[in-house]
Design a protein around this ligand. Structure first.
Ligand SMILES: *Cc1c(COP(=O)(O)O)cnc(C)c1O
Length: 382
């Protein structure tokens, strides 16, 4: 049985998405900026996709900027905002749980004279809005806190954080790449000014995403070129990708979300009760419906991953971006886990197609693998 439990890294494209994209490769392949009919057809599809996406997140059409994905959206939000607003102040506040796209953007800004302040989080990864408020100064221009965490699944209370930002007239960005379609998104209610999204995490094609930019927010552009995307993002629009992305975002159903949640809970419960010396990383309740992250004491996550792979089961250690380096995952360290437990952690991320049979097969294999590894472990244990 092949079981794909790495949907936090990327997902299989939904066949209905491929179908919706097809005509923009093969028939209406014009440049959306061209004036002829085939170009206007592409423009109409782009406008339509923008309106549909805006509606999904309770924004207005001209607040949506399509990009090449979550990484570009994060870069544009953070560097674009900081550079365009540097006369107002130079302090940016982020959480320690951010994706590399945010962390690295902040490192770049630091070299440009910005001051980056990192919040503390509790052992489930939650930010305390009162702690955020205490760190805001008259130099603070931007707060960026991830919505649904890609490593531990913890979902932040955007509304509470947004309220603090609004009170102090500080812009609020959130990376909603993992939460889109899994948690309800409403840019008004959640009081965000900038919000990042990506298509390939929600069964859309790779290389496309969006940034919500609240009306009136100024951003410095990252690349020079044409006036596309209201001058926020130069480059010929990826019409098939954008159509695919928005179609994917509309497809998810309440039943699918409930099924994912039930499967997630079944996976967590079976592991915690049937495999000794295991711990769930991240929050139990306010958690992405598809995320399971477990620490297995005395053994290495890498070894579990390799042995599961041999059984046809794909999982991840931490997040895809740090899968190749040996440093403990920064998110796990930030929630106070000792380095050896970080190394013994694996992430399993479900999709709307994951079945209970696949979950049971995975737990059965995990039980065998973990006890085999523990017998060989120099770290002790059974
Ligand atoms: C995957 C991911 C990104 C990057 O998105 P890409 O479209 O792959 O560039 C950013 N943030 C989070 C939380 C992610 O999970």
């Amino acid at each position: 049985m092949d079981v794909y439990l790495d949907n936090g890294a990327t997902t299989r494209v939904d066949p209905r998405v491929v179908e919706a994209m097809k005509q923009y490769f093969l028939e209406n392949y014009g440049n959306a900026s061209s004036l002829h009919t085939i170009g206007s057809n592409a423009r109409a599809a782009l406008d339509d996709a923008r309106a549909r996406f805006a509606k999904l997140i309770n924004a207005i059409e001209n607040e949506i900027v399509f990009t090449s994905g979550g990484t570009e959206s994060d870069n544009l939000a953070i560097k674009g905002f900081a550079r365009a607003n540097k006369l107002k102040g130079n302090q940016i506040i982020i959480s320690p749980l951010e994706h590399k796209a945010i962390l690295k953007s902040c490192e770049t800004l630091k070299k440009e004279g910005f001051e980056i302040t990192k919040l503390e989080v509790d052992d489930e990864g939650f930010v305390d809005p009162a702690n955020l408020e205490s760190l805001i100064t008259d130099k603070t221009i931007l707060v960026s806190i991830i919505h649904g965490n890609n490593v531990i699944g913890t979902i932040q209370d955007l509304e509470a954080i947004g309220r603090v930002c609004k009170k102090h007239r500080v812009a609020f960005h959130t990376d909603a790449v993992q939460s889109l379609v899994k948690v309800s998104i409403d840019v008004e209610k959640q009081k965000v000014d900038l919000m990042s999204f990506s298509s390939h995490k929600i069964h859309g094609p790779k290389g496309v995403g969006a940034l919500f930019v609240r009306d009136g927010i100024k951003l410095a552009k990252l690349q020079d070129g044409g006036p596309q995307e209201r001058n926020f993002r130069a480059g010929t629009e990826n019409v098939p990708g954008i159509v695919g992305f928005v179609t994917a975002a509309e497809l998810i159903t309440q039943d699918e979300l409930e099924k994912m949640k039930a499967n997630r809970d079944h996976l967590i419960d079976r592991i915690l009760t049937e495999i000794p010396d295991t711990k769930l990383n991240g929050a139990r309740e306010k958690r992405l419906v598809n995320n399971v992250n477990i620490a297995f004491k005395y053994i290495e996550g890498e070894s579990i991953l390799t042995m599961l792979d041999a059984e046809g089961i794909a999982v991840s250690t931490g997040s895809a971006c740090s899968a190749k380096d040996l440093k403990p995952n920064h998110v796990l360290l930030a929630i106070g886990m000792p380095p050896e437990l970080c190394h013994g952690s694996i992430r399993m991320t479900l999709s709307k197609w994951t079945t209970k049979e696949e979950i049971d097969y995975t737990v059965d294999k995990l039980k065998e693998i973990v006890s085999r590894l523990r017998v060989m472990s120099p770290l002790g244990g059974e």
